[in-house]
Design a protein around this ligand. Structure first.
Ligand code: V0D
Length: 253
């Protein structure tokens, strides 16, 4: 049977073909390079964050149209609090700004907004905006747009280990029941499949405390393209690269 295929004409890289059958179910993205994008234009860093927000909208639309089920975007790490206060304050307004512009479209497209990370430490106005978006899209069964906000993987693992220990002490869990699958159930991603594809933009090749457990078998795609310049074309290239690989999950062929 001929596989259904999508053909993409791209200016710089020639034709890229991806097949509808092999679309990654879960794509996770470390959205790096916003500050660098701004610096290249002699603009303040916040201008880069603003531009990066538009990319979030574009890539969400593309992922949804391609049939991706989960798109996780690393928007703010637990380490990002170390940035200058003015920048942090600006970043914390982005969820509201993003949602006041795009929430109606997301609802229209059947997208479900979710988040992982510690929401409690975020400013109240940010919490309200995100909470409201999650509530308004809770019944949508299209793409899950999962924001990692105030997320750190080691903190997530510490919290999971504490919860496991508590359940063992309380007799709700036996030592024998602590398995790979059990640990997964104690993480913030317990309801999600593990990422099939991780993309990091802007030429950095690090995980930066992102989904350390969940990325055990994930394919990685690195690109020098800065997040504000990242477009559907680049997403297609990443998926095409993913589709050329054979995933063995530690086994043979
Ligand atoms: C800045 C590039 C959308 C990365 C994208 C608070 C850094 C733009 C959101 C967003 C950020 C978050 C939750 C939500 C809706 C939208 C966002 C932050 C930063 C950190 F429900 N873009 N965006 N959040 N940037």
């Amino acid at each position: 049977m001929a596989h259904k295929q999508w053909f993409w004409q791209t200016k710089n890289t020639g034709d890229v073909t991806i097949s509808k059958e092999g679309i990654p179910v879960h794509i996770a993205i470390i959205m790096d390079g916003n500050g660098r994008w701004a610096k290249k234009r002699a603009l303040p860093r916040i201008a880069g964050h603003n531009e990066g927000m538009k990319t979030v909208r574009e890539i969400t639309r593309s992922a949804s149209q391609l049939g991706v089920k989960v798109l996780t975007l690393y928007a703010f790490s637990t380490e990002n609090w170390k940035r200058p206060k003015l920048e942090v304050d600006f970043l914390m307004k982005l969820p509201e700004e993003f949602l006041s512009t795009f929430l109606p479209e997301l609802i229209e497209e059947n997208v479900r907004v979710e988040m992982i990370g510690d929401i409690e430490q975020l400013p109240k106005h940010t919490q309200r905006a995100v909470q409201n978006a999650m509530e308004q899209t809770a019944d949508n069964d299209g793409l899950i747009l999962n924001f990692a906000l105030n997320y750190g993987s080691r903190t997530e693992l510490v919290q999971a280990i504490r919860a496991v220990v508590k359940d063992v002490k309380d007799g709700a869990l036996s030592e024998q029941e602590i398995t790979d699958a059990t640990i997964s159930r104690y993480l913030m991603t317990s309801h999600l499949p593990e990422p099939d594809l991780l993309i990091r933009t802007s030429g950095e090749h690090r995980l930066s405390n992102f989904m350390l457990w969940q990325l055990a078998y994930t394919e990685f795609f690195f690109t020098d393209v800065l997040w504000p310049d990242f477009s559907e074309k680049h997403l297609i290239e990443a998926i095409a690269s993913y589709q050329k690989r054979s995933r063995r999950f530690g086994g043979l062929s």
